[in-house]
Design a protein around this ligand. Sequence first.
Ligand code: ATP
Ligand code: MG
Length: 303
Amino acid sequence: MLGQVARDLVLRVDDVPDPYGNATVRTRREMLGGKGGNQAVALAQLGVPASLVGVVGNDSVGARLLEQARTDRVDVSHVISREGAQTALIVDIVDDTRRWRYLEHIPTDVRLAESDVLAASTVIKRAGWVLCQLQQPLDAILLATRLARDAGTRVILDGAPSGSADDIAEVFSRAHVIRANEHEAELLTGQPITDVTTAADAAYQLLDYGPTLVVLAVSGAGNLFVSRTGRQLFPLLDVDVADTTGAGDALIGTFTAALAHGEGTRRAAAFAVAAAANSASRLGGRPVLRWRDLAADAERLAP
Ligand SMILES: Nc1ncnc2c1ncn2[C@@H]1O[C@H](COP(=O)(O)OP(=O)(O)OP(=O)(O)O)[C@@H](O)[C@H]1O
Ligand SMILES: [Mg+2]
């Protein structure tokens, strides 16, 4: 997958302090994160060989993150350690009501450039699937999706890109699956996603770009999977939410892993939603996924 690699620092506090105030941190976790990191770890945990294409700085934090990724059995041979760059840092502050606030330091030079994608062209062409996180620069995504299309690698896109309408249309036309949360879907279609009906409208609009499947989150309702032949809403699972950070990454990572394992769309969707709920029940974006833990929920969602 192509995406951000970052050091995630997760801090649980009772309440976020006002200016000049302070707060005691109840729980502190530091982990390999960023959407690319989270998605790669999800696939590796589910037994699917995953190559990460991303950028860290050539600093000690970057070295540590790569070490962690190797321990997670993610192939990092296409992660660039950029000379002179600072590895991205994302601070995730979660309060007692489980609301998060992110402080993000993602320097421009630890985002993917076209040359980084070119250096990874062999792995992109060889892969069955390429999963792209659309917050990366669009020129890099354009190149990755072109390489993928020419090689017959299927493309899954997550998020909302920024760029010209023509470039976005080109990237989307190469996708097999497009997935977005409510906010991203609104950015993409210009229409607020307030319920299943508005989500379905947005999904049909996105299907016009050419993908086979569109997956949209619907606040308070669940996740809607829409193709030309039908649609299905998978409701939110009843879990004690700790932090929704990374739940979208767990969802799309698991969906991709299930397809790679040969599951059909409906079963893959059920596993994906089970993984999202599992991720929401833990602090931080780093997944802890095993098929057998997801099986009961998946079975219920798609018997
Ligand atoms: N209890 C739950 N059951 C099923 N799915 C859930 C549950 N809680 C959250 N989700 C799903 O998790 C996903 C969160 O996605 P979203 O893209 O907003 O987060 P993310 O990618 O993890 O983080 P970011 O906000 O940084 O992109 C949504 O699809 C949402 O429906
Ligand atoms: Mg997301």
